[in-house]
Design a protein around this ligand. Sequence first.
Ligand SMILES: [Zn+2]
Length: 451
Amino acid sequence: MAKSLILCTFFLSLLGPSVVHARWDCSFPKKDINTSKCIGKKVHLTFDDGPHPTYTPKILESLKNPHKVPATFFVTTANLDKSNNQKRMELVRKIQESREHVLATHGHEHIAHDTRIIGGEHRESFDASESLADIQASTAWLDRATGGAFSKKDNRLIRFPYARGITPSPIELNEIKRREGMSRQAGRDDYILHHSAAMRNAASEGYSHVGWNHDSEDSTGRYNESNQDIYVDNFLKNLCNSSHRHIISLLHDIQRVNVLPSKENSRKTVLDEVIMKAKCLGVEFVGIREILNKDLPLNVYTDIEKVVADETQDALTALIDTLPNSGEAPVKVCPCEVEISSQSGGCISDYNGAYYENCKGSTSICYQGKWYAKSALENPMKIDDVRVASACGFKQSRTCYSSSTKKEYGQCEGESSVCFDGRWHSRQGLSRAKDMDELVIASTCGIRQVR
Ligand SMILES: [Zn+2]
């Protein structure tokens, strides 16, 4: 018996390196791994933030030999806009042309497509129009690298940087609800489908969003040669112990830990080791389409078809709409008799953490090229309020007749007029006032933004 086992092992070793490559010693310690939960799990690997000129080729090699593990590469296209980008462009083309892998976008710049708050502080993020421009720029770069092949494919995929736009933290969701005038009861899914400007932009450009439900933690900066075994152990533990049966795993092809030589087989990488050990545990690596057609939560997969294209109403618009006699009068500004002193000095936006000059405080609103305090704009005075009307310098004559005061007023804007900041405005016009946080509008205020 013992003799035949030895012979058998001997003949197996004669079969050559291809068989040896495909095997891994499955007797590794499995402490803390719930091995019974591993069996039958279907996993798809995704790589963000690349391509990297030296790591990405190694990762492609690990995926290919001998495993043939399919993966999705969410490319940060600003990487293609660097000097010496030929190598990176080639890698993008190679991924696009490969049968197993999927080329997808991670946006052009690596900036959040919605509110991002870390430790109570707002971090740099795109507003709605910047989000759209970034998605379009990224598509253009991927088309440039692939000779237009990228855009020709259906079911294109995007992953927003940090998944913001899809996966807000609780504190971010509260901020978004406040900003969007959403109800307090609204949850994350309501935000994703109805209020995420980022998701609407992505859908309008033909993209579905893919998040993840397993994080390799390769981007934490914790792992290197000295503790790569802990990386592998944690990867497998979190994968197997997950309550999800279908898993989209988050990795980064710019993270060196994945391409370090394995301590157990120096001809192989850490990524090889992860794949082989996961296979030992009964995990199956599958293509992304096999996962996406499963019942995944919205933050893991937002199908383009599910996104509802409705405009959200901001709180100010809602308020203005409640005012009586809201008419269609064109915006026309009367000369001001009350000069509002322009206040200099800057402020930091609550929303995006950016610094602005020439605003009027953190609650500023930009309207018709001037900064106003939001609270003031929310309380425009009605034409019928004589006290304030005088601040508009009207001449009481013949133009407008107020039904409440039963008086006539001059220099007003018709029956939908409101007096604000010493000028007559139509309510309609005021409703278009914009938050300082909208950079597009801020520029009409002549602000200089200092980051
Ligand atoms: Zn990223």
